[in-house]
Ligand binder design. Structure first.
Ligand code: ARG
Length: 476
């Protein structure tokens, strides 16, 4: 499948020379700077494989319905295949004079097969052509990203499997709240990725609709068969309205929104890894494969990978905003503004893919949880305070009353430099007659986590069950 050409904002193509198809209508050539300004070839060359495939389907359809002879259609299909080979061998390097990938291909086709090449564009416009190319491109990229999400989810599950019994402080307001199974914490990211995977699947359904045959905006006078081309290109549906077919970019915006959410999720995980790897937390050790040093401070090991992921989220959000703004004021149907859809889309795809890959590597080869630090952390705080209140509430004391009693207790312990676990049974019973010997074990971190057996909670048996469900989910 096609390799994406690098996005290159510097025009690296030959200067403008050859005449455009519409040169007969115009009396003087385009200003060279305007030709450069107008051209999209430097980036839409990334669509070439989809453009060729789309054109081959169109040519076959023209032959099928008799608009062209079978021999002409075959000539076009073969010529387009030759261009594909030339391109992948580096032999076809169109200049900017072609303006965009569509015109570059058509021109080369005519060079290769002669006048028959000039028949390719019968009953078609670049407007339905570019919408078709973009949808084919995005459909492939969505499939690849969903595959990457699965690999990322597997990495989370492998890590979670290894850490069901590892406890980690759970936070609200970044203050210690209640301890958690580390697996439970990691499975929260699994759920986010699962939603991302599902969301992209839903969007794929709306991407996979054929605009080909919409013509410039109004359809065509030729007896085309839109169902033939749609089927040849693997589209599940044919777009119902030709105007919408050429002017809709909702599918791209939906993708950018889904990509933004993927980056939100990756960035939150990245932020946690950054915190966890700090001197202050020391929950995670960064391994050399994914960390870098400082050029001046010899002791440093920096979390570049999660920092970059966190940083790159911003550009993806920017692309979403950009395309929303491009679209909002556009009258129907095609306007050249729509050419601005491509770089936002291409850069988003490249960024999401790179971030998913990097975060997956970070999870599998780039970090180690420091279990001894985590064990120490969950034992040294008051994150079992809710459990003391729950203990009394379960024995008939109204929860709010129990809560206030424990609040006073935490203040006293803090003043005396004690943890709840340091209190003796006598001290507990002086506080409230409902306390019995089992309070001493009910508030160990292990028991505090194990006790949260409510569905979806962090209790070990719940987490084990969640892991099994998660493994099944990613088999789909
Ligand atoms: N390069 C153009 C784009 O990316 C292709 C469509 C041009 N259509 C037109 N009517 N000028 O949007």
């Amino acid at each position: 499948m096609p390799v994406m050409a690098p996005i290159n904002l510097v025009f690296r193509f030959k200067p403008v020379t050859a005449p455009q198809p519409w040169s007969q209508r115009f009396s003087s050539p385009l200003h060279p700077a305007i030709a450069r300004f107008n051209a999209s070839l430097s980036f839409d060359i990334a669509l070439i494989d989809y453009d060729l495939t789309g054109s081959q389907a169109h040519a076959r359809m023209l032959g099928q319905v008799g608009i062209l002879t079978t021999a002409e259609a075959e000539t076009l299909v073969a010529g387009l295949e030759t261009i594909r080979q030339e391109y992948h061998q580096g032999l076809f390097q169109p200049g900017l004079d072609a303006e965009d990938v569509h015109l570059a291909v058509e021109r080369r086709l005519t060079e290769l097969v002669g006048d028959t090449g000039k028949k390719l564009h019968t009953a078609r416009s670049r407007n339905d052509q570019v919408a078709t190319d973009l949808r084919l491109y995005l459909r492939d990229q969505i499939d690849a990203i969903r595959q990457q999400l699965r690999t990322f989810q597997e990495a989370l599950l492998d890590l979670a499997d290894a850490h069901v019994e590892t406890l980690i402080p759970g936070y609200t307001h970044l203050q210690r709240a209640q301890p958690l199974s580390l697996a439970h914490h990691l499975l929260a990211y699994f759920e986010m990725a699962q939603r991302d995977w599902e969301r992209l699947g839903e969007i794929r359904g709306r991407v996979n609709v054929s605009p080909l045959g919409s013509g410039a905006l109004a359809g065509t006078t030729f007896p085309i068969d839109r169902h033939f081309t749609a089927e040849a290109l693997g589209f599940a549906q044919v777009g119902r309205n030709s105007l919408d077919g050429v002017s809709d970019r909702d599918f791209a915006i939906e993708f950018l929104a889904a990509a933004s959410l993927i980056l939100v999720h990756l960035s939150r995980l990245a932020e946690e890894v950054i915190l966890w790897s700090s001197q202050e937390f020391q929950f995670v050790k960064l391994l050399d494969a994914c960390a870098t040093g400082s050029s001046i401070m010899p002791q440093k090991k920096n979390p570049d990978v999660p920092e970059l992921v966190r940083g790159k989220a911003g550009r993806v959000f920017g692309h979403l905003q950009a395309l929303l703004v491009v679209l909002k004021g556009l009258p129907l149907a095609y306007n050249k503004d729509l050419q601005e859809d491509k770089e936002t889309l291409f850069d988003t795809v490249a960024t999401v893919r790179a971030c998913l890959e990097a975060m997956t590597i970070l999870l599998t080869e780039g970090l180690e949880f420091r279990v001894e630090r985590l064990v120490g952390a969950v034992g040294e705080d008051f994150s079992n305070a809710t459990d003391v209140a729950d203990y009394l509430a379960a024995r008939g004391v109204p929860f709010r009353e129990a809560y206030q009693l424990v609040g006073r207790l935490v203040r006293q312990c803090t003043e005396r430099g004690l943890r709840l676990m340091d209190l003796t049974l006598t001290e507990w019973q002086e506080l409230h007659p409902k306390f019995e010997a089992d309070i001493l074990t009910a508030i160990t971190p292990q028991q505090v986590v194990a006790g949260r057996q409510s569905y979806g909670g962090t209790g070990f048996s719940q987490v084990q069950a969640a892991l099994r469900v998660a493994r099944d989910l990613i088999l789909v």
